[in-house]
Every structure is written in structure tokens, then in C-alpha cells.
Design a binder for this molecule. Structure first.
Ligand code: CMC
Length: 431
């Protein structure tokens, strides 16, 4: 817990209440309002949590004005350039970069957990073939608590650790199975000689009748997508995981809750929505119509893949992702694709148009990741599952951090009640 570094005084009516303040290592000071109701009989009101720090954390830091993202203090662009996803997983989970031996052991243990219980294959078969993979993954992650009884005790540190490794190791297998199921192709077992990203690509794109060689440029781009999405501070899905975990729910149930929250188009579902939007626009000449709609206050339409709650300068993940997109498109020789033309023109307009510039609505990470995943051959319905796969380590790290905090207790927000005051029940014949 942070040390008190100041006092804020809140005055209202005839009351004056002293509230402790704390200074973080980075970011704005916070005012501790936990005693406010007891001392002043009032709640704070912050729908959307724009001014609320819900926990202390040492994992990820975002400076939205500078466009900075740090995992355990390391800038995201350095990690994307020099590290790789499993090393980043270790960093997020344990706080420091691993030594060579620690990394080897960690990679071994993750690799040894990539297969899922064979009976899970039958579980998949209970879903309709046209089910959205996010629906399947949410269900399958929740169902892991019915398959792995030996890692459900949240009070046992060893079990928490095994659950964490299981989820990181099995998410690529589960996501690939959801994809294969939707295409009607047989499931492909993991191949442990491959690295994490290559293994995922192979499980998605190999068919038993043919060989499949993983292209190292595509595997590197995949790894970057995983790295760039691995954690993002107290966003909606992470806060969902923490809230679910605060009640003592088992780890698989908590991560399933996070996956469900991520699915929404304002959050992880934006990558799918962004590409669907580019396809709907279809040709460059139709862009002005959509830009006009995005600016129209009476039209709920938004340019998907643009804007961010925290980044009000640029999204540092988008910068790296744009570079990756260029590499992948170059490798695959995709230049004249109509969707890409629309994307490039939309990006240009949004970076110049006064509406987007003044509201600081830059292309975000999902704008470029959608373009890369599309070029790799993934259907749009797989975009958010890939985000969920990447974010699993972040959710788990945050969940573990929360459970290790001795001051942790159930999350229970209050409300500003605007409903009816107490009234007597009226029998149906008298209404
Ligand atoms: N297109 C057009 N106008 C927009 C957009 C957009 N994409 N995003 C925000 N605005 C406008 C909005 O209408 C509002 O205008 P005004 O001040 O005139 O009312 C202003 O910008 C501020 O918007 P807001 O809704 O108050 O901002 P927010 O912080 O609540 O929302 C957001 C952030 C990401 C939900 C929003 O920008 C959005 O809906 N973007 C599209 C969805 C998207 O790409 N989401 C992925 C985010 S990155 C991945 C992740 O971390 O999950």
C-alpha cells in the first residue's frame, strides 16, 4: 500500500473532511475516499470511472497524454522490438525479466500444458457450427473449472500458479479449436517443438491432408499482436476479472468473465467491428459519407478503430502495429486490396480532419491489428478471440496481484439511486 503523502480537504454543508492522499511512482496523485461515507455520509459519483483508481497495481502504466505504455516499467515499443510474448508473460506474471534459465524453464512448463483434456473436444461439439468463436471461448474457459479440479483453490498459491500456466498454455489451443470447429475442419493438436505463435498459426491453418510451414514473418507479426495486447491497466475486461475475483470465484470463471466483457465493440470487439466497417464502406469514394455520419451528433455511428478512453495523443501500440502491418502486407504482396485502400484513406482523413484532430481520435491498435489478421487469412470473427488469447496473461497477472493483496475484499460499488421512493404494493385489480 502506498504511503500517505498529503491531505485533501473536502467541504460541504457544515462538514470539512480530511482525506489522505498518496503519490504513485508515475501518474497523478490520488485522494483516498474509502472513509468518506463513514465520516461524511456521502458517496463519490463517477460513472464510467474516469476519475477513479480502483486498486493499487505494479503491473502496467499508461500515460495517455504522452502516448506511453509500460509493462513493469519497460516501454512497449522496446518489448515489441526486442522481446517476445512468452518472455513478456513472465515479466507480467512475476515482475522482472527472466534470466536465460528462468525463461527456458517457463517456456518448458507452458509448452507442457498446451494440450486440452480430450473430453473438451466433445464439449466443443455441443455448440452450433455457426456459433461466434467468442461465445465458444467464453463457454470453454468457464468449463475449464469443470475439467481441472486440482487448480481451483484460490487460497493455495501452487494451485493459482498451475491455473495461470494452464490458461496461458491452453488459450491458443482453445481459440484454434473454436476456429477449426467453425470451418468444419478437424482439430489440430499443438506441436510443442514450435514457439507459442507459430504453434497457434499451425493449429489454425494446418489441415491433416497437407503440410504447413509457418512463415517466420507471420509468426513474428502474430507474436507482436500478442505482446501489444498482453495487458492494459484497469480497462473494462481487467476490472471485470478483478471484480469477479474479489468474490473468491475460481480463476477460470474470472477469466471467462473477462472474455465476455472484452467481446463488446467498444473494447476488444472493435477490431472485428473496424474491419467490418472498412468492408461496409467498400470503396474510397464512399468514405466522405461515413466520415460525415461519424461527425453527426444525431447519428450513433462511430468510426471503429478510432479513439481511446486513455490515449489522447496517440496509441503507442498502434505505432508498432502499423509497422507490422506494412511488413505483413509487403510479404503477402497485398497492395491493391480495396479494403486496404479504404483503410489508408480513412487513416489519412482522420489524421488531418479537424473533428478527429481536435477530439484526439487517432487510429488505435485495433485498426491495424484487424488489417494484419485479415491479411493473414483470419476471418473477422477470430479477431477478438486473438485479443482474448493475448490478454489472458494480463488478466491473470492482475487477478494474482489482487489475491496477493492483504487488504483485498469484495468489490461492491454504491449508486446514486434515482428510482421511486418506498410505496405500497397495489393488488392487480386496483391498478
Ligand atoms: N468516431 C467518431 N467520434 C468519436 C469516436 C469515433 N470512433 N470516438 C469518440 N468520438 C467522439 C464522441 O462522439 C465524443 O464527441 P462529443 O464530445 O462531441 O460528444 C468525443 O469523441 C469523446 O468520446 P467519448 O465517447 O466520450 O470517449 P470515451 O473515452 O468514452 O470512448 C472509445 C472511448 C474507445 C469507447 C471511443 O473512442 C469509441 O467508441 N471508439 C470506437 C471503438 C474502438 O475503436 N474501441 C477500441 C478501443 S482500443 C482497444 C481496447 O483497448 O479495447
Amino acid at each position: 500500500m502506498a504511503k500517505k503523502t498529503g491531505t485533501a480537504t473536502l467541504s460541504f454543508g457544515d462538514k470539512s473532511i480530511a482525506l489522505p492522499m498518496y503519490s504513485p511512482t508515475l501518474g497523478p496523485d490520488v485522494i483516498d475516499v474509502t472513509g468518506l461515507y463513514k465520516l461524511g455520509g456521502v458517496f463519490t459519483y463517477d460513472p464510467g470511472y474516469t476519475s477513479t483508481a480502483s486498486c493499487d497495481s505494479t503491473i502496467t502504466y499508461i500515460d495517455g497524454d504522452l502516448g506511453e505504455l509500460l509493462y513493469r516499467g519497460y516501454p512497449i515499443d522496446q518489448l515489441a522490438e526486442k522481446s517476445h510474448f512468452l518472455e513478456v508473460c513472465y515479466l507480467l506474471l512475476y515482475g522482472n525479466l527472466p534470466s536465460a534459465n528462468e525463461l527456458e524453464d517457463f517456456e518448458d512448463v507452458v509448452t507442457n500444458h498446451t494440450m486440452v483434456h480430450e473430453q473438451m473436444a466433445s464439449f466443443f461439439k455441443g455448440f452450433r457450427r455457426d456459433a461466434h468463436p467468442m461465445a465458444i471461448i467464453t463457454g470453454v474457459m468457464g468449463a475449464m473449472s469443470a475439467f481441472y479440479h486440482d487448480s481451483l483453490d484460490i487460497n493455495d498459491e501452487n494451485q493459482r500458479e498451475i491455473a495461470a500456466i494452464r490458461m496461458i498454455a491452453k488459450m491458443p489451443t482453445i481459440a484454434a479449436m473454436a476456429y477449426k470447429y467453425s470451418t468444419g475442419q478437424p482439430f489440430i493438436y499443438p506441436k510443442n517443438a514450435l514457439d507459442y505463435s507459430s504453434n497457434f498459426l499451425r493449429m489454425c491453418f494446418k489441415v491433416p491432408a497437407e503440410d504447413y510451414e509457418v512463415n517466420p514473418i507471420l509468426s513474428r507479426a502474430m507474436d507482436r499482436i500478442f505482446t501489444l495486447h498482453a495487458d492494459h491497466e484497469q480497462n473494462a475486461s481487467t476490472s471485470t476479472v478483478r471484480l469477479a475475483g474479489s468474490s473468491g470465484a475460481n480463476p477460470f470463471a474470472c477469466i471467462a468473465a473477462g472474455i465476455a466483457c472484452l467481446w463488446g465493440p467498444a473494447h476488444g470487439g472493435a477490431n472485428e467491428a473496424a474491419l467490418d466497417m472498412l468492408r461496409e464502406i467498400g470503396t474510397v469514394d464512399r468514405i466522405p459519407e461515413y466520415v460525415a455520419r461519424a461527425k453527426d451528433k444525431d447519428d450513433p455511428f462511430r468510426l471503429m478503430g478510432f479513439g481511446h478512453r486513455v490515449y489522447k495523443n496517440f496509441d503507442p501500440r498502434a505505432k508498432v502495429m502499423k509497422q507490422s502491418a506494412d511488413e505483413v502486407l509487403d510479404l503477402l504482396g497485398i497492395e491493391n486490396n480495396e479494403t486496404l485502400k479504404v483503410a489508408k484513406e480513412l487513416e489519412r482523413i482522420a489524421l488531418e480532419d479537424d473533428y478527429f484532430v481536435s477530439k484526439k481520435l487517432y487510429p488505435n491498435v485495433d485498426f491495424y491489428s484487424g488489417i494484419i489478421l485479415d491479411a493473414m487469412g483470419f476471418p473477422t470473427s477470430m479477431f477478438t478471440p486473438i485479443f482474448a488469447l493475448s490478454r489472458t496473461v494480463g488478466w491473470i497477472s492482475q487477478w494474482k496481484e489482487m489475491l496477493g493483496d492483504p487488504s483485498q475484499r469484495i468489490g461492491r460499488p454504491r449508486q446514486l439511486y434515482m428510482g421511486d421512493i418506498a410505496r405500497d404494493y397495489v393488488d392487480v385489480e386496483n391498478r
